[in-house]
Design a protein around this ligand. Structure first.
Ligand code: EPZ
Length: 417
């Protein structure tokens, strides 16, 4: 179990570059299964989740290797369509391979991804949509077996919730299906757009990515492509939170301002100066933040649930009360008890957390219990006087590449042990 030891209270300074988006890299690595030949994903973050995806690709019979910030995948010799339990348990979002494997081989078998720290994480929307595309799906003894012996056929699919993963699985299953597929109430996240850009470069015909209605005209073949992954908007939001919590003035490089359109106003309204220019953000925080406007997590382009924990950590030292409403996941306040150990004043009632800002936090030993909760604890520790130890850093390393080095480059006193 790796830990961070953070001596808080320092201001940050200088600039740091945001790495590629984990939640774009994972579906893109699944999409590589669909194109014959070699695919190169540039700006692919080096994370435990991307490592897990590469292990799945190799298990399926693909070549997958990393060369610095690029991952090269060749699925020409893929010969399997099943993902074993140990690989599924390593990363539940491997469910995004389901549609791609089904499209490529006509048969996909994997264990039920099960829940995670955030709650049960059902996949009913994925299953219903794949059945609409002609898949036969049998779920028994924790195994999902999908077959599409007669091939997949385009269909009209209306999602009851704009699920990111379900939208991705439908796109990956439909892109080489016979006929046209229409997804209404599709997820609009930038990672969906990035996936469709990759697939269209490979020869797909996908229209409306980023909108609520996506139309996919099935094509016969897709060719390998080179693609640069978009920057990680949640890592950017985490660095903004770190600057805000420590009254710092920093630059964040390699961002896409449009992807942060629901996040930037939150920091501006709490007193930060934020200016973006050609992919670089300059954020200057006040000595002490004002309370944040009520934050409701919503599907994109609303405020992202993944940014809730780090932004809440910054709110713990603001002047006044900030309210967070977590509308996406049932159990995404696990960082609250640990923030309270650092001196925060937070009350949780169902999906609402009320954060009464305190003048300062103080060091303590805390335990991360999920990926973005770990990021939140780091933000708080940077603001807390004294030496804080955070265990459970393996959660953080699923989504943040060498984060201790990134923070140290901004002048933070962070040691990974
Ligand atoms: C993706 O998860 C992200 N993961 C999550 O990021 C992110 O929090 C989430 O989208 C929302 O933006 C990846 O992209 C790998 P959903 P996903 O399907 O696809 C319910 C992180 O920290 N639902 O949009 O699983 C579900 O229970 C991770 O990087 C169903 O009910 O999210 C949840 O309440 C955490 N049935 C809501 O929809 C389904 O079949 C949103 O889930 C599918 C989802």
């Amino acid at each position: 179990m790796s830990r961070y030891v953070i001596c808080g209270g320092n201001k940050l300074c200088g600039s740091a570059e945001v790495h590629g988006a984990k939640n774009s890299a994972l579906p893109l690595m699944a999409a590589a299964v669909l194109t014959g030949g070699e695919n190169v994903l540039f700006n692919c973050p080096d994370l435990s989740d991307t490592d897990a995806s590469m292990r799945i690709l190799r298990y399926l019979g693909c070549e997958a290797r990393r060369e610095s910030d690029a991952v090269i995948i060749n699925s020409s010799h893929m010969f399997r369509g099943d993902i074993p339990d140990d690989l599924m348990r390593e990363m539940r979002s491997s469910i995004v391979f389901l549609g791609a494997i089904l499209s490529r081989t006509g048969r996909a078998v994997m264990t039920f991804p099960g829940g995670c720290e955030l709650g049960p994480r059902p996949i009913d929307l994925h299953i219903k949509a794949l059945k609409a595309l002609g898949a036969e799906i049998v779920e028994r003894h924790g195994i999902i077996e999908c077959t599409a012996g007669k091939g997949l056929k385009g269909a009209k699919i209306a999602l009851s919730f704009p699920s990111v993963g379900a939208t991705e699985n439908i796109i990956l299953a439909a892109v080489k299906a016979e006929g046209t597929t229409t997804i209404t109430n599709a997820a609009r996240e930038p990672e969906i757009v990035d996936l469709c850009d990759f697939l269209n470069s490979a020869g797909a015909c996908i229209y409306g990515a980023g909108e609520g209605v996506i139309v996919i005209d099935g094509v016969k073949t897709l060719s390998g492509v080179q693609h640069t992954i978009i920057p990680d908007r949640i890592v950017a939001a985490t660095l903004m939170s770190a600057a805000a919590a420590t009254g710092s003035d920093i630059e964040i490089d390699g961002i896409i301002q449009a992807h942060l359109s629901s996040i930037i106003p939150v920091f501006e309204e709490s007193g930060c100066f934020v200016k973006c220019d050609c992919g670089t953000m300059h954020i200057k925080a006040p000595e002490r933040l004002r309370a944040m406007p009520i934050i409701r997590t919503m599907p994109y382009p609303g405020f992202p649930t993944d940014a809730q924990a780090p932004v809440m950590a910054a709110a713990t030292v603001a002047e006044g009360a900030s309210v967070f409403v977590e509308n996406i996941f049932e159990n995404r306040f696990k960082h609250v008890t640990e923030l309270i150990r650092l001196g925060a004043d937070i009350k949780v009632e169902n999906k609402v957390a009320v954060v009464n800002g305190v003048k300062s936090l103080y060091a303590a030993n805390v335990q991360a219990q999920d990926l973005r909760g770990a990021a939140g604890l780091i933000v708080a520790a940077l603001a807390a006087e004294g030496k804080t130890e955070i265990s459970g850093i393996e959660y953080l390393e699923r989504g943040y590449e060498n984060f201790e080095l990134l923070l140290s480059s901004l002048g933070a006193d962070v040691l990974k042990v």
